[in-house]
Write a protein that binds this ligand. Structure first.
Ligand SMILES: *Cc1c(COP(=O)(O)O)cnc(C)c1O
Length: 726
């Protein structure tokens, strides 16, 4: 008889360590799938993965719901860890990483044999302080992987007392070999039933055995202090893929590159194929034709997702610099496959990724058009798979309870397709009332957070030299406190020039007048980080801070512009559910997709956006929100990020024209039902589409996996929800 408690059964172990959250059979099934000789799995490679435990942690939820009676010290250790850890894993900078995490979570939900590979950054991306005079101040994030739930350092199978370490060769000029070493960590992306998981292997190069310059380069995500550091970082990821697979016995036939950052793996694959064909002296024997043929073999295993039309997002490295840290044979391969269209002195890694794959996709329909224009040679093969979000991560507790309360939405957790049934709830007054109540609860959570933050900032000012980022911190409570009934707009994302966070503050007198004329108060809640070396991005944060007082005064205190420092997934989750509308102001067509607006949509929050990225598909003729701005056809000339091409004047004027209509719809009793209609339409029309379960169904077609019949059935149902390539 098996008399282990439910909690005790959540401990599992294999030669790599002891883990908590799934039963032994689950661990074995997942590992067997990944190591089976047929290679029927996918390895997903991403520079960043955003999967903070404080946004979703099914294991913690389960532990919290079970009585703890055991005296088992191991169990005590695990349950304590899961209940008390802050849950942050600062290995992401923005949408790309969060998409990776969301996708892998949906793979776990759908029982897809998959494994993620990324890096572990000991100092995270960076932590953000905001000072009203200095703007953004960046400092290293301190975190302790050892204390983080769901994250395990893997043990050496031959000696469980030491960590599993892999060796990765680097080269200096003259092909002088230098070994780098990395410890392997595993973050488990466990589904809510706790009956499947997707491992994410994070490589930690900051180990004593690695050369100091490698350790240094591995500390921060997207460290771009020098081009050399940037090249090294890309190699840390790409060059580790095959060694990681080998040491763990992972057999995946398909390797999916989430953006080109890890494309160096292709060079290693080509070398492996040549070694098989020509023997150990392949680098001396290989003709160009051999290399090109091996590249075709490698292409057969690669799937590539391109994420941005912005040039800075495409890695282009100086050949001279590459010669310092690359093997001469790698340079030869790059010379054949990574030419740059503009400069003979550069290797272009996006071109390499675009060339060497069997399937490639952009991340929305409009981005597909743009990508085809940017890469005409590959136009035929570039597909669209519009991004999504992991709905179980991003739907707030209050909205989840709402969706749970109506039988029309039964099983929304397992099958986001049921959101389509929300149309039946359009005329249901009980649903409409409950929706408003759930929403008020979410907005109250957000305003309470901000009100406490404002007090905290003021108090901290006495202890630190930080001048609070929100001047209203200094006001009396009655003038300072945000009211959840006030129309609240949210905007949060990376601060990049093309996202134009300051667009709607282009003309403060006009904006203030709209608010004052009708006595319609508005809260503008902003958050986001600018990359520490992105000076224009940082100056937009500063500009917002500089306009706070002006807007407040000109609107007689009716308009408050608040900046929340330290944007992360937890703040995102609070914001997307709590605001009344989500604002998105990118310069069309530079926002490849965008996902934060989808998070709002699945919380029944309408978007206000320029017609770019996912919104072209999510707008539904205005049923789900509002659009503004110029909608010219997409041409190569629109891709410039020059200040003169950013259309501030045109698009802000368009916003000012629209804004009073939105405020009226929200505040005017007679038009308020139209606002609620838009909310419900977001659930009904956008819920079934913009989720990573549907993305999974579309990616699976590119992966060529053979799956169990129930999984196939489930995916077919999800695939029927939408076709990004209509
Ligand atoms: C969703 C998310 C993003 C992506 O926002 P976009 O609007 O798509 O740019 C960035 N950062 C965090 C923390 C997120 O949760």
């Amino acid at each position: 008889m098996d008399n282990k408690s439910t909690l005790e059964k959540m401990i599992s172990s294999n030669k790599l360590g002891t883990f908590f959250g799934v039963r032994q059979e689950v661990l074995e099934t997942v590992w067997n799938n990944l190591t089976a000789p047929e290679g029927n799995s996918v390895t997903y490679v991403s520079m960043e993965i955003g999967a903070d435990n404080d946004a979703l942690n099914p294991v913690k939820d389960r532990v919290a719901s079970l009585p703890f009676t055991s005296k088992d010290s191991r169990l005590k250790y695990f349950t304590n860890k899961f209940l008390h850890d802050t849950g942050k894993i600062p290995n992401y900078s923005g949408g790309l990483g969060v998409l990776a995490g969301d996708t892998l979570k949906s793979y776990a939900d759908c029982a897809i044999p998959a494994i993620g590979i990324s890096l572990l950054y000991r100092k995270g991306y960076f932590s953000q302080l905001i000072d009203s005079r200095a703007g953004q101040i960046a400092y290293s994030t301190q975190w302790r992987p050892e204390e983080t739930a769901n994250l395990y350092q893997l043990k050496d199978p031959t000696n469980p007392d030491i960590p599993l370490q892999i060796e990765i060769p680097f080269f200096e000029r003259g092909d002088k070999r230098i070994n780098a070493y990395a410890n392997l960590w595993m973050k488990m992306e466990i589904n809510s039933a706790l009956d499947y998981f997707v491992p994410e292997i994070l490589l930690d190069y900051s180990v004593a055995t690695s050369p100091a310059w490698i350790c240094k380069a591995a500390e921060h995500l997207y460290d771009s202090r020098t081009e050399r550091t940037k090249i090294i970082q890309r190699r840390l990821l790409g060059a580790s893929v095959i060694p990681v697979m080998q040491v763990l016995g992972i057999t995946s036939k398909t390797i999916h590159l989430n953006e080109q950052h890890g494309v160096v793996v292709v060079l290693h694959m080509i070398s492996e194929f040549l070694k098989q064909k020509l023997g150990p002296d392949y680098s001396l024997l290989a003709e160009d034709s051999d290399i090109l043929q091996a590249a075709e073999q490698a292409a057969d295993r690669m799937v590539y997702t391109i994420h941005t039309p912005v040039k800075a997002g495409h890695d282009r490295f100086s050949k001279d610099l590459y010669a310092e840290i690359g093997h001469s044979f790698c340079q030869r391969i790059l010379g054949l496959l990574a030419d740059d269209d503009d400069s003979p002195h550069l290797f272009n890694f996006t071109n390499l990724a675009m060339k060497v794959n069997r399937a490639s996709n952009s991340v929305s329909r409009i981005h597909q058009q743009v990508t085809k224009k940017q890469f005409p040679k590959y136009a035929k093969k570039i597909m669209a798979v519009t991004n999504g979000i992991h709905h179980l991560t991003w739907i707030s507790k209050a909205k989840a309870e709402l969706y749970d309360s109506f039988r029309e939405l039964n099983h929304w957790r397992q099958d986001p397709g049921v959101f389509a049934n929300a149309t039946e709830l359009m005329g249901n007054n009980k649903f409409r009332t409950y929706l408003e109540q759930a929403w008020l609860a979410d907005t109250t959570r957000l305003t309470t957070y901000i009100n406490q933050m404002l007090i905290q900032h003021r108090n901290q000012m006495h202890e630190t030299w930080i001048d609070p980022p929100n001047f209203i911190s200094h006001l009396d409570e009655i003038d300072r406190n945000l009211d959840p009934r006030t129309f609240t707009i949210g905007f949060a994302r990376r601060f990049s020039t093309y996202k134009r966070a300051d667009l709607i503050f282009d003309n403060i007198p006009t904006l203030a007048k709209i608010v004052v004329q009708n006595n319609w108060p508005v809260n503008f809640i902003f958050a986001g980080k600018a990359h520490p070396s992105d000076e224009p991005g940082k100056s937009i944060i500063k500009l917002l801070l500089d306009r706070q007082k002006e807007l407040h005064e000109q609107s007689n205190g009716l308009a408050k512009l608040i900046f929340i420092p330290g944007y992360d997934m937890a703040i995102a989750k609070l914001m997307v559910a709590g605001v009344h509308s989500w604002l998105n102001t990118p310069k069309r067509p530079l926002e490849a997709s965008g996902t934060s607006g989808m998070k709002a949509a699945l919380n029944a929050v309408p978007n206000i956006s320029t017609m770019d990225g996912w919104w072209v598909e999510g707008y539904h003729g205005g049923k789900t929100g509002w659009k503004f701005g110029i909608e010219t056809t997409v041409t190569e000339s629109c891709l410039s990020e020059d200040a003169a091409c950013l259309l501030y004047e045109e698009d802000s004027v368009s916003f000012y024209k629209l804004f009073p209509k939105i405020l009226k719809t929200f505040y005017d009793e007679s038009s308020r039902p139209q606002f609620i209609d838009k909310c419900i339409n977001n659930i009904a029309l956008n819920g079934p589409i913009f989720n990573t379960h549907r993305v999974t169904a579309e990616y699976i077609k590119l992966y060529q996996l053979s799956l169990s019949e129930p999984t196939e059935k489930r995916l077919a149902k999800l695939a029927a929800l939408y076709n990004s390539n209509y």
